[in-house]
Design a protein around this ligand. Structure first.
Ligand code: SF4
Length: 385
């Protein structure tokens, strides 16, 4: 399933307004920023790209993801220039994903995406129910969603829709109806996220001030997963589903901890296996001038092992011997002997095989396994010292 070798990510730092649940960095600008602001952002992205790739020996990138924020706000001339410049850094068969919002997707944008061989569009719907979108400050109308659907009806590449379940005022019926509407779009990929309330978001403060309540006992997400599995969608990651093998290679690279160059405010870069360990870089959260400001940290081998386990078990491919070898000199039977023995029935086949994969029915409960497994990893790391 996984074929990409390294990924490139560009972060677009603007949105029309800020959705109350959103923890991604973006500046809300009711009117898209002026062309000169976009030009400055483009210049910065491209100069970081040139500088960073000169220092790295990763070769051409096999995936590019333009995310945000709202990439569909990028003016056509800036988008053309970005896509044109980046071609030199991409493999001829690269998967290129572009995130779009229904309120800003235009026919001209789609034409440019096609011209520069963008292969996937990921459209942020979150909810088809107007009252739910309104409750969370998501400024997208029903008619904009309908227009986006019409525009995308001739899109030749893959299309993915994003949905969130468990939002304020979103009943189980709303969630199920969202899912059936999304399936009626005949898309190849669906991301179905449970709501996660992140610190710093409007939703977080509303909940903590007691101004808002979330739906009680809403198991819509679990029900949604059941429906998609029942309809033969490939549940290849805990919140992601594909048909006809339309997996997102870019995100698979991230879950597999492959080299990953992120450029833009708030974007993260992973430099695996550097001399001093595994390096992570996070750019500053400011729309412009982000290149002057980033934090870097080296993950300890123990942190890296825990991430590998946590991210790998989210996927239907699990963790391979090779991936594990890259983070641990000792095999998983030795390091995780106690937890693997206790949870043996949760895994596909024998834990002595080539892949460590959670059975789909237990994927949602992986935290229970991880709690035990992390204790084993802590003991192992202490013994290593
Ligand atoms: S959810 Fe999307 S549109 Fe809404 S604020 Fe976040 S990045 Fe912007």
């Amino acid at each position: 399933m996984y074929s990409a070798s390294n990924g490139l990510y560009f972060h677009v730092p603007y949105c029309r307004s800020k959705c109350h649940y959103c923890g991604f960095f973006s500046e809300a600008q009711a009117l898209s920023p002026s062309l000169s602001v976009w030009d400055a952002w483009l210049k910065e992205i491209l100069s970081c790209l040139a500088e960073e790739t000169q220092k790295l020996d990763w070769g051409l990138f096999s995936t590019l993801y333009i995310g945000g924020g709202t990439p569909s706000l990028i003016p056509p001339e800036v988008l053309s220039s970005l896509l044109q410049h980046v071609q030199d850094y991409l493999d001829a068969e690269a998967e290129i994903t572009f995130e779009a919002n229904p309120d800003s997707l235009t026919a001209l944008t789609l034409e440019i995406l096609q011209q520069f061989r963008v292969t996937r569009i990921s459209l942020g719907i979150q909810s088809f129910a107007a009252h739910v979108r309104q409750k969370v400050g998501r400024a997208v109308t029903d008619s904009q969603i309908q227009t986006a659907r019409e525009l995308l009806s001739t899109w030749p590449g893959d299309l993915s829709l994003d949905l969130i379940q468990g939002l304020p005022d979103q009943s189980l019926e709303d969630c199920l109806s969202d899912l059936s509407t999304a399936m009626s779009w005949n898309v190849e990929h669906l991301s179905l996220y449970p709501l996660s309330v992140e610190k710093g978001t409007v939703l977080y403060s509303q909940l903590h001030r007691g101004n808002l309540k979330l739906p009680q006992e809403n198991d819509a997400w679990e029900k949604g997963i059941e429906i998609l599995r029942h309809n033969d969608w490939d549940w290849y990651e805990i919140a992601n589903f594909a048909r006809n093998k339309a997996f997102c290679q870019h995100n698979l690279a991230y879950w597999k901890q492959k080299p990953y160059l992120g450029i833009g405010p708030g974007a993260t870069t992973t430099f695996p296996r550097q001399e001093k360990g595994h390096k992570r870089r996070v750019w500053g959260q400011q729309a412009l001038g982000f290149s002057l400001n980033f934090d870097e940290e080296y993950l300890t081998p123990l942190e890296w092992r825990k991430e590998t386990l946590m991210l790998g078990l989210r996927t239907s491919e699990g963790i391979s011997r090779q991936d594990w070898k890259a983070v641990s000199a000792r095999n998983w039977e030795t390091v995780l002997s106690r937890s693997l023995e206790r949870f043996a029935s949760w895994f596909v086949g024998s834990c002595e095989g080539d892949q460590l994969i959670l059975q789909p029915d237990f994927r949602l409960y992986q935290d229970s396994f991880l709690r035990e497994a992390f204790l084993d990893l802590d003991v192992d790391a202490r013994a290593e010292v």
